[in-house]
Design a protein around this ligand. Structure first.
Ligand code: GSH
Length: 209
């Protein structure tokens, strides 16, 4: 049994989608970051950086923060969603790192300036709007070659998709990125993605381009 500490955000959804895909039993502990639950001492013991998601794998005695590390852990634990073939494995990890170091942080800033603080910092709005679109172009090029980021469906797709699901917040029109749109809809059609998206619950439907 895995304890999942999460909230309805892209980083949180990566882990709930992976747990659903892998068919692992898990208990959800909602950490409402809008009410500062992430600063509660019991949570800080698991996630010292005061951010969701975090997991505790009771059986293995392992506690972890950082969604990318958690995805790697779950893939290693189950032997699924990360190829054992060297080239595909490392390419998958490369795209996971691209999400962790670029797609996620830049889109997070786009949300901050474009959605939550619109009109306050025109330079930052332009910078993150443009950078978001550049990143979608990179994704478009990669997905034009295949149905998934690397080889079969993997933790790279699971890491990137929940961020793309906020395309409206990023002022990104997915119709301008046809390969990304097709991939986005392919994943949105998966039952595990739909279930994982709706954790911790009561979420509106997955946004459709
Ligand atoms: N690099 C971290 C980022 C996690 C993160 O930014 N979580 C946000 C929600 S998506 C959060 O918990 N924010 C609360 C806060 O900053 O206080 C990961 O991928 O797990």
């Amino acid at each position: 049994m895995i304890d999942l500490y999460t909230w309805s955000t892209p980083n949180g959804r990566k882990v709930s989608i992976a747990l659903e895909e892998l068919g692992l039993d898990y208990t959800v502990h909602p950490i409402n970051i809008g009410e500062d639950d992430q600063f509660q001492p019991h949570f800080l013991k698991i996630s010292p950086n005061n951010k969701i998601p975090a997991i505790v794998d009771q059986e293995a005695g392992i506690s972890m923060m950082e969604s990318g590390a958690i995805l790697l852990y779950l893939a290693e634990k189950t032997g699924k969603l990360l190829s054992k073939k060297d080239n595909i494995r490392w390419q998958t990890i490369q795209w996971l790192m691209w999400q962790m170091g670029g797609f996620g942080p830049i889109l997070g800033q786009a949300h901050h300036f474009l959605r939550y603080n619109s009109g306050k910092a025109p330079y930052a709005e332009e910078r993150f709007r443009n950078e978001a679109r550049r990143l979608y172009s990179v994704l478009e090029k990669q997905l034009s070659q295949a149905d998934y980021l690397v080889g079969n469906y993997s933790i790279a797709d699971i890491a990137i998709w929940p961020w793309a699901a906020r395309f409206e917040w990023q002022e990104v029109d997915l119709n301008k990125y046809p390969a990304v749109k097709a991939w986005y809809l392919r994943l949105a059609d998966r039952e595990a993605v739909q279930k994982g998206y709706n954790v911790p619950g009561n979420q509106p439907d997955i946004p459709m381009p």
